[in-house]
Design a protein around this ligand. Structure first.
Ligand code: ADP
Length: 157
């Protein structure tokens, strides 16, 4: 079974990576799909984010990175994926995630959203937290893959 893990990944964190590794053990293939959202002002371009994801998931043979625009369910149909993989960290994630899962199901009843709970050590971790710390020169090497830490230091130096 093919699962799509959609998100902004601006940038990918160790929390995302943990979810990808666990997803790759559950599904035959995991497609990490970077949503290209023209109304957001990202730190990294879609191409940079794809490069960061590809580099940090190269040890996982059944994981690929791709980007898409528009509706996630349309992209899922196109990739013949019936599962959307999402992560749950804290209670506040739940409301948005449930709304999204229900919405997607009204758009295509062939889609299932599967939630994986974050591992305890990454429950606080988000891409925005990483950017916030980096902006003020704080240490982020314990929060993101090594290649991403390098990219961020370059960006802010
Ligand atoms: P989005 O803009 O779609 O929320 P993100 O890149 O922020 O994109 O997150 C993509 C998915 O990864 C979401 O389901 C989010 O809950 C999950 N996620 C993000 N950080 C973590 C983490 N530290 N542990 C588990 N899941 C996470």
């Amino acid at each position: 079974m093919i699962a799509i893990y959609p998100g902004s990944f601006d940038p990918i964190t160790l929390g995302h990576l943990d979810l990808i590794e666990r997803g790759s053990r559950l599904f035959d293939q995991v497609i990490v799909a970077v949503l290209s959202n023209p109304s957001k002002q990202p730190l990294f371009t879609v191409e940079q984010r794809l490069e960061q994801i590809r580099y940090s998931t190269q040890h996982l043979t059944n994981v690929e990175a791709d980007s898409f625009q528009g509706l996630t369910v349309e992209y899922a149909k196109q990739r013949q994926a019936k599962v959307l993989l999402r992560g749950l960290r804290v209670l506040s994630d739940f409301e948005m995630e449930l709304q999204m899962a229900h919405t997607n199901q009204t758009l295509w009843d062939g889609i299932e959203t599967v939630f994986l709970a974050t591992t305890k050590e990454y429950s606080f971790l988000s891409s925005s937290i990483v950017k916030e710390i980096a902006r003020f020169g704080g240490k982020i090497s314990h929060l993101v893959p090594e290649n991403v830490a390098r990219d961020i230091y370059l960006y802010y130096s």
